[in-house]
Design a protein around this ligand. Structure first.
Ligand code: PEP
Ligand code: MN
Length: 362
């Protein structure tokens, strides 16, 4: 399906203010807290004010949002500042409330975009309405599910659509609250080249110290906007306290971010890049040739294993390969993470080739 998405400029965000900044507290808590954040953020380059009214909490008992009473607070933000306002919807009932209260931008949260029934219900409630809708990635790293949610909203006649990359859940917790898996949004952009893509560093990071680097990375990957949680007193926030920053910290951060152009027409630059890219292409060809030779050897090993009725997986040998190559690779400036990925894939491919040998395919 050929999709014609509106640009952020068509949302009313001037081109000079792109990449666009969307900011506001995780949750609307009180009218005063909302207005304090809004007035401070309005002085920065923030064009769209965010605040959750209905909060999807993983476990019951946490603060689940102020509900409908928060809608007039957002209306006030719209009237008293130059910003548009955005909130999260998770059902047709939420959509109807939001439309009645002239909220400009809706977003579908990560737990909701993982559920096609709910996304369809929201799409039906939005049918033919002129609002902007941002669709967060589903909590699980499933590109099809994210695309499906976008397609459902598009089919309801909405053209102002953006995707928000907020990271993906994982069982093991490490540096990030939600793993960024940058390849996924990059793949989404390949599928929908005109779709505005916005980064939500707050929910990826889970802690404020990591937000700056994530923003810079998103800008370097050509994102169209940043969606950042900002609260006047972050440590006292009723939800997501660790990841919120003050409007002042946000202002400092925005000043420090380096904005780079997507392209340059400078002759010297273009020439140097071309030369370097030719080198990269040559290395890629060499890598393919080497990997293919390596697989041929693996196949021959497979033939011996078959002859002697030996299993394909030889755990000790595999452990040795990993340890040796990670150590050597690290000595050559490659990260253990990268080496693990590469050698796991190579091993998997070898196993596939040897499986074919066992089946008599080679
Ligand atoms: C939010 O933006 O406050 C939120 C609940 O986000 P997510 O759906 O990404 O968890
Ligand atoms: Mn939040």
């Amino acid at each position: 399906m050929k999709m014609n998405f509106a640009t952020l400029t068509e949302w009313g965000i001037p081109e000079s203010e792109c990449p666009a900044v969307f900011a506001g507290p995780c949750s609307a808590e009180t009218e005063e807290q909302v207005m304090q954040a809004a007035l401070a953020l309005d002085k920065l380059n923030v064009r769209i004010f965010r605040a959750g009214i209905w909060k999807p909490r993983t476990r019951p008992g946490a603060f689940e949002g102020v509900g409908d009473i928060g809608l007039p607070w957002l209306k006030r933000v719209k009237e008293e500042t130059s910003m548009k306002v955005a909130t999260e919807v998770a059902s047709a009932a939420h959509v109807n409330q939001v439309l009645k209260n002239s909220i400009d931008v809706l977003w579908i949260g990560a737990r909701t975009s993982a559920n096609p029934f709910l996304v369809q219900e929201i799409a039906d409630a939005l049918h033919g309405r002129d609002v902007a809708v941002m669709i967060k990635n589903p909590i699980n790293p499933d590109l099809g599910l994210w695309m499906g949610a976008i397609e459902r909203i598009y089919k309801a006649g909405i053209r102002k659509i953006a995707a928000i990359h907020r990271g993906f859940s994982s069982y093991t917790k490490n540096r990030f609250r939600n793993q960024p898996e940058w390849q996924l949004p990059v793949d989404l952009k390949r599928q929908f080249p005109d779709l505005p893509l916005i980064n939500d560093p707050s929910h990826i990071a889970g802690k404020r110290e990591l937000i700056f680097d994530l923003c810079q990375k998103a800008l370097d990957l050509n994102y169209d906007g940043l969606f950042i949680e900002s609260h006047v007193d972050p440590d006292k926030a009723w939800s997501d306290a660790r990841q919120q920053i003050t409007p002042e910290q946000l202002g400092d951060m925005l000043n420090k971010l380096v904005l780079r152009k997507a392209q340059s027409l400078d002759e010297v630059f273009l020439h140097s890049i071309e030369e370097l890219r030719a080198k990269i292409d040559k290395y890629d060809q060499d890598l393919i040739a080497l990997l293919s030779e390596r697989m041929l050897v693996a196949q021959t090993i497979g033939k011996y294993k078959k002859l002697h009725n030996i299993t394909i997986l030889q755990q000790d040998r595999w452990n040795q390969i990993m340890t040796k190559n990670i150590t050597q690779g690290e000595q050559n400036g490659l990260s253990a993470d990268f080496l693990t990925h590469v050698f796991k894939s190579i091993h998997e491919e070898s196993i596939n080739h040897q499986t074919q040998v066992m089946k008599g395919g080679y």
